[in-house]
Ligand binder design. Sequence first.
Ligand code: NAD
Length: 371
Amino acid sequence: MPVFDSRSFKNHEQVVFCADETTGLKAIIAVHSTALGPAAGGCRFWDYAAAHRKMAPSDIAEQRGEQDAIYDVLRLSRGMSYKNAMAGLRLGGGKSVIIGNPKQLGNDDLMRAFGRYVNRLGGSYYAAEDVGTSPAMLAATAESTKYVCGLEGVDFGTGDPSPHTALGVFTGIKAAVKHRLGKEDMAGIKVAVQGVGNVGRTLVKHLLDAGAHVRITDIVDANIEATKALGNVTVVGLDTIHAEDVDVFAPCALGGGLNPKTIPEIKASIIAGAANNQLEREGVEDEDLRQRGILYAPDYVINAGGIISVESEVYREKLDESARREKILRIGETLTTIFKTSDQSKRPTGLIANDMAEDIIHKANAAKFSS
Ligand code: NAD
């Protein structure tokens, strides 16, 4: 199974394959870069073979699942390097994946076994919560390693990152509205929010407070009801949210929503939301959006509020609330720089952000090795 040849491999410093016979743990930890500091990124627990089981015999499905897991961990860890670099953090980029169904396998023994592997990396990787892992599961991991962040009720703990992510997304939307529509405030701006979970719901609150007109959708009725309780929102269809006649489309559910099927239907002139990996293919969909005159706020830049919040926990520093807020609000300035560079160079915003992030990382590496 190719790693160095994988299409998502890009100068990763270290990739560790972990197996524990007793607990059935199968995991991969990818440290993309430690140029700016310890690599930080979530631990994803996912049954990668599930999508292949309907089409292939089980051994082939498992192999294909492992291939997907390698692709995912390489791509996501690089994304964390770029996100942390663009947010001006003292953090590198890493990610881990545990292969399997978390409901069947995700017990404390397995999470502790995973922690022993994280521990062996000696602090070059800090694990955090991600899809399929919970604060309770990470607490079990923390029994065998101190290199875990985003824990609740511990010294230096920074708590739930999602309100900070939502503030960053709101700041980013305002920057995009100013750049594309020339409007200094959000009064009367129409926004369609896809997914009103932890981040989306808080984003809706910011938007309503600022006088925006908000349309929402979600697959979970309870989340829609909780959002309706915040104020005057319009509920629209799951399949049509991206095609609403609005100024801003804010994807806050899952990745991959910007693809050749959805893009021609988008009427918004701005796409700015929290979801990770919104573009199906980097450099393809963002170029398509650019050519259609749609301003795309690169996902890992606009959704960095949560990791900004976590930085002090990794360094075991006392949280400085105002410094954290200031860093989150800077997301707007970073996006404006990306938008202007994209306009001048006629290149997609996603590639501009990648270039800027790589430049920061290269400079940090050069400084590290010259000293
Ligand atoms: P969440 O699980 O709390 O919310 C996601 C919401 O999307 C849920 O309400 C879910 O029901 C809904 N949803 C799922 N599929 C949908 C669909 N097809 N159509 C409409 N709604 C759908 O997650 P979250 O923490 O709010 O994160 C939202 C997104 O932002 C995710 O992509 C996440 O990776 C990304 N993100 C989150 C953070 C954070 O701090 N939580 C940080 C960075 C990025």
